[in-house]
Design a protein around this ligand. Structure first.
Ligand code: GRG
Length: 301
């Protein structure tokens, strides 16, 4: 990670973590459900999606009112955490470790893990809906979040992933579609939601969506590569699982060198999508561009 991203993450992540902890304590009264939800939510995730939302807001406006933005940023993390809990269930990926500790169902049992996921998903929409924002802007943000995470986005991607596991996809385009839905849509949602909140014009909105889409594909290729090249200690979860499970991944289809090349192509395209639209706007793309340094580890290995 470069210096700009490191500084931003070090400033914003603790604020976000504190908000998530305080708000969850206020909103969930049932004791076991509260423990199960906070166990996964406060397990030390990178907070990439809410940070992307805040970074987009900061890129246009330095005088950000965080009390207005944190519930929206936090809501995206609630949905991400729900997806990880459900993805780890025995009926899905059947994983024992996540974020360096036992998965939710290993700790609280399957029924409570399912409910923790359900609770996080629905609470996310409550947080966005309660934001003191113009109702038209609000309904547009809710629509985008629902479409990104629901049956036309991440849930559809997960359905394809499960159906295709053990049935190799031979076309790059098919893997791209799977990953764009499963991983890309929830990574693009923060940029779209910030664009709506900022009432940006269509050209800027489109540029931010393109950045999110390339970032999302890069993120998935990177995750696939790490599954092959990294260790459980470094990742906090089991690795080398994709091949044995018959998962459709970029390195599986292309081989590691070509998958790395594809990662670089996505990063170049992400870079270009932002630098092409800055003229005549108050948009400073440097912070968002610094997020591309997240992938340095794999490119340098
Ligand atoms: C259960 C509807 C449903 C969807 C699950 C997220 C997901 C869809 C599956 C997870 C499988 C997976 C490993 C996808 C790769 C990309 C990904 C989402 C990695 C985990 O996200 P990070 O790295 O995790 O942002 P942290 O822990 O840092 O938040």
């Amino acid at each position: 990670m470069d210096e700009k991203l490191t500084r931003f993450v070090q400033a914003q992540r603790p604020v976000l973590n504190q908000f998530l902890e305080d708000q969850l304590t206020r909103d969930v009264a049932q004791p076991t459900l509260a423990r199960s939800m906070s166990y996964s939510l406060l397990a030390g995730g990178k907070r990439l999606r809410p940070l992307l939302y805040l970074a987009t807001i900061f890129s246009f406006d330095q005088s950000v009112d965080l009390t207005q933005e944190l519930p929206i940023a936090g809501a995206i993390e609630l949905i991400h955490t729900y997806s990880l809990i459900h993805d780890d269930l025995p009926a899905m990926d059947n994983d024992d470790y996540r974020r360096g500790r036992l998965t939710n169902h290993k700790k609280f049992g399957e029924a409570m893990a399912i409910l923790a996921g359900d609770g996080l998903l629905t609470l996310a929409f409550e947080w966005v809906a309660k934001s003191p924002v113009d109702p038209l802007v609000l309904s547009e943000m809710i629509r985008v979040l629902a479409q990104a995470s629901g049956p036309s986005g991440m849930v559809a991607g997960q359905a394809i992933d499960i159906e295709q596991t053990g049935h190799p996809l031979h076309e790059l385009a098919a893997i791209q579609q799977l990953d764009a839905l499963k991983t890309g849509r929830l990574l693009t949602a923060p940029l779209q939601m910030a664009s709506i909140k900022l009432k940006l014009d269509e050209r800027l909105r489109q540029a931010l969506v393109e950045f999110g889409q390339h970032f999302g594909v890069a993120f998935q290729i990177y995750d696939d590569l790490l599954d092959l090249t990294s260790t459980r200690a470094a990742q906090g979860k089991q690795v080398h699982k994709d091949e044995a499970a018959g998962k459709n991944t970029y390195p599986e289809l292309l081989g590691i060198p070509q998958a790395r090349q594809q990662l670089q192509t996505e990063l170049d395209q992400a870079h270009l999508s932002l630098t092409a639209v800055t003229e005549g706007t108050s948009f400073n793309p440097e912070l968002l561009l610094s997020f591309l340094s997240y992938f340095d580890e794999e490119r340098e290995s």
